[in-house]
Design a binder for this molecule. Structure first.
Ligand code: C2E
Ligand code: MG
Ligand code: MG
Ligand code: MG
Length: 288
């Protein structure tokens, strides 16, 4: 009887797994056509200077509007794109769109673009960035790429080499989701990052959780000691922002300040000139 149950459970898992694999394959197939069918778009989230409240730049975040299933978040399709290799095409599309958009703004605001692990280990990445900059006319000084630690670990030497080439162009490199990786401190030194982005998990309840507060203070001290700007990610409550204002945090990003939205949302047109709205005038949080 036990034997019988075992096989039943096995069959159940087999069927369940089969369904997951099929679903994934279908999604992967749809993703293959997402660019040519115009289903990808970028939303932007402002990064705010914590002292002045001014917008210093935007992070570009990709969105996929699936024709049947509706919007699919990047956490669901970026892993599929990475496994299938489609991330190279998608990453190139994102880079081109973000640089084209930023080059059209009548200001010098920076643009941050997320670069995935698979892109980091592709030898063509520095050339792709170089070509995109020259074709869009965007100054390299305005481009920042965001990389998580997991993007670095697979082949450290290759990653160091790639990042050196990118930095040599004048493009800045930020360490994204800082603190969630395996060896943040060693990586910080080995890769000479230009910016640290503290992961949202440490910012959440930083005002009331003493452990979070101690960790955030330590990272801010690290940034100050290394002379690196530190961005706090995912600020949702005014108490969190107030805590960070009292520390040496340089920039803030989060739903409290603004949700990611269509770029037009963030610009005011005054006498033909387009300028970024100050944080106090950013559109309300309802946008997504
Ligand atoms: P990330 O680069 O760490 O981006 C921050 C994520 O946190 C974004 O989610 C953003 O919408 C969300 N966020 C910002 N403020 C808040 C807040 O106050 N509260 C909460 N709960 N969330 C907040 P999103 O857009 O869903 O992107 C998730 C991740 O997907 C990104 O994390 C990034 O790793 C990846 N991703 C997004 N766009 C791209 C892209 O163009 N290329 C690549 N390779 N990865 C991307
Ligand atoms: Mg990011
Ligand atoms: Mg992040
Ligand atoms: Mg993240």
């Amino acid at each position: 009887r036990a034997k019988h149950d075992g096989r039943g459970i096995y069959r159940y898992f087999e069927a369940e797994m089969g369904a997951k694999v099929r679903e994934r394959r279908l999604l992967e197939n749809d993703l293959r056509h997402a660019i040519s069918r115009n289903q990808l778009r970028l939303v932007y989230q402002p990064q705010i200077d914590i002292k002045s409240g001014e917008v210093t730049g935007f992070e570009a975040l990709v969105r996929w509007e699936h024709p049947v299933n509706g919007p699919i978040p990047p956490s669901d399709f970026i892993p599929i794109a990475e496994e299938s290799g489609l991330i190279l095409q998608i990453g190139e599309w994102v880079m081109r769109k973000a640089c084209t958009d930023a080059a059209s703004w009548k200001n010098q605001l920076s643009i941050a673009v997320n670069v995935s692990a698979v892109q980091m280990h592709n030898t063509g990445l520095p050339d792709m960035i170089m070509q995109t900059l020259s074709q869009t006319g965007l100054s390299p000084a305005r481009l920042e790429i965001e990389i998580t630690e997991t993007a670095l670990v697979r082949d450290m030497n290759r990653a160091i080499h790639t990042l050196r080439q990118i930095k040599a162009m004048g493009v800045r490199v930020a360490m994204d989701d800082f603190g969630t990786g395996y060896s943040s401190l060693a990586n910080l030194r080995a890769f000479s990052f230009d910016k640290i982005k503290i992961d949202r998990s440490f910012i959440k309840s930083v005002d009331s959780n003493e452990q979070s507060a101690a960790i955030v203070r330590a990272v801010l001290g690290l940034g100050a000691g290394l002379n690196l700007p530190v961005v706090a990610e995912g600020i949702e409550r005014i108490e969190e922002l107030d805590f960070l204002r009292g520390e040496t945090c340089t920039e803030a990003q989060g739903f409290l300040l603004s949700r990611p939205a269509d770029i037009a949302t963030f610009f005011a047109v005054t006498s033909g000139e387009v300028r970024a709205l100050p944080a106090s005038e950013l559109p309300p949080r309802a946008l997504k």
